[in-house]
Design a protein around this ligand. Sequence first.
Ligand code: ADP
Ligand code: GLC
Length: 477
Amino acid sequence: MKKMLFAASEGLPFVKTGGLADVIGSLPQAMKGEGFEVSVVMPLYLKTAKTMHNTLTKVKTFKVDVGIIHTVATIYSKVIDGVTFYLIEHAPYFERDGYYGYGDDGERFAFFSHAVLRIIEEKIVEPDVLHAHDWHVGMLPLLAKTVYAKRIKTPLTLFTIHNLLFQGYFPYDILESCFGLSNDYYFDGRLRFKDGISTMKAGILYSDLVTTVSKTYAHEILTPEFGENMEYVLQLRQADLFGIVNGIDVDLWDPATDDHLAEKFSIKSVTRGKKANKLAIQKELGLREDPDVMLVAMVSRLTDQKGVSLLTQAMHDIMGWDIQVVVLGTGDSWAENELKAIEFRYPRRAVFYCGYNESLAHRIYAGADVLLMPSAFEPCGISQLIAMRYGTLPVVRETGGLKDTVQPYNQFTKEGTGFSFIPMNVNDFKHVLWLALETYTDRKDDFKTLRKQAMAKDVSWQKSAHEYAELIDFRLK
Ligand code: ADP
Ligand code: GLC
C-alpha cells in the first residue's frame, strides 16, 4: 500500500484558524478511501497540550539540527479513524497563546520542517508521497532533496498552495542559520524574493508537483492581478501546476445529524428546519425573532481578502431593507471596529460576534438564509461549501473557488445554488444582495428550489481525492 504523509501547520480536530485546518482534518481520510495509508504531521500547540494531552501516545524523542541550532523534538501520536496524526512537541516554539505572526516564525517552522524529515529518517513513517501545505512547510521538498538526500529515501513531493498572500518571507540568512543550506540560494536568486527569501517560492520551485485548491485560482495566480508577485515563479512550473477543488467533511457538517442545532433537518424537512434554526439563532443572539425576515450571515476572517468593506460600506443602505445581518469573525481592527459601530447603531437588526466560535458557526450556517462571501480573491473557500450543505445560499464574488463551486441563480431556467457578482464594488454587491432578497420575498418557490439544489450539491472530497490519487499514481509510475 502506498504511504502518504501530510505536513501542515494546523488541522482538525486539534487546532483551526481557517480552511487549511478543515482540509487537513478531512482530505487524509478521503485519501485513505483511495487506497493510501495516510499519516499527518503537525506541531503540538498549547491548545492541544491543554485539552488533549492525555489522549496522545508518546512515540519518541530525538535530536533535531535547525541549521546552527541543536535541539530536540518529542513526537506524540493519535490515530483517528485509521489516519495517524503525529504531533511534534517543542514547547518554546509552539506552546504560545497564538499560532502565527511571531518574530521567530521562520525559526519555528524551520524547526518543524526539520522535525518532519527527522521522523522519516527515524523510520517512524516512510512515505512514498510527502504532501506539504502552504509556506510553513514550503522548504520541505528542497530540504528532502538536499540536506536529507542521503539520509532518507526521497519521496515524491507535492506542494499545495492554499493562499498565495502568505509567502513565508524572511531575511536571507535564515537559509544558513535555520535550514542548514547555503545563503547562495538567496545570492544567485533561486530563493530570493524581494529583499529576502520566500518559503512559498521554495515550495513552488522544488516540489515535484504543485497544486492549488481550485481550477480558477490555478489560472488566476499566473497573472499579476492574483499572483502576489509570484506569477513568474508559477509560470515556470505551469506544466506541473494543477487546481483541485476542496471538499468538506460531510459527516462533521451534516444538518441531519448536527448536535449543535436547535433542530436537525434534511432536504425533505428543510423549510421547517431552517425556520426553527432561524428563530433559535435570533433568540440566542438577541435579534428580533421573526421567521419571515431574510437572515444574512458572514462567518469569516475579517480581512481585505474577504471583502468585509463591501458589507460595511453597504450596511447603512441595506439596513433600509427588511433583512437582518449576523457576522461571526475576528481579524483586522478596522473591520472589527466598524462592525461594532454597526451593531450599536442597528440593535435587534445587526449582530457582530467578535471571536472564534465553532459551535456558533454551525448554528449560524443552519439558521441563515444567505451567506456573504464577497471576496476580493478566494483560493477555494470552505464556508460557501458548508453553507450550501445547510441550505444557506451563498452570495459570492466570482473569483477562485467561489466561481467553481457556486452556480449563480438563473431566473429563467431556475438553475443555481447561490448568487454571484463580478466587479469588486459596493453597487454590484448591493445589487446581487437585492436580487437574493427579491427572490426570497417575491419568488419563494425559486428560493426553495435553489435551497434544495444547494443541499443536493456534492461537496464531499470523493471526486477531488480521486484527482489527487490519479496525479500521484501517474508520477509514481
Ligand atoms: P479561510 O481559510 O481563507 O479563512 P475558508 O472559507 O476556506 O476561509 O475557511 C474558513 C473556515 O473557518 C470555515 O470552516 C469557517 O466556518 C471557519 N471560520 C471562520 N471564521 C470563524 C469564526 N469566527 N468562528 C468559527 N469558525 C470560523
Ligand atoms: C486558504 C484560503 C481559502 C481556502 C483554504 C483551504 O485559507 O484562503 O480560500 O479554502 O485555504 O484550502
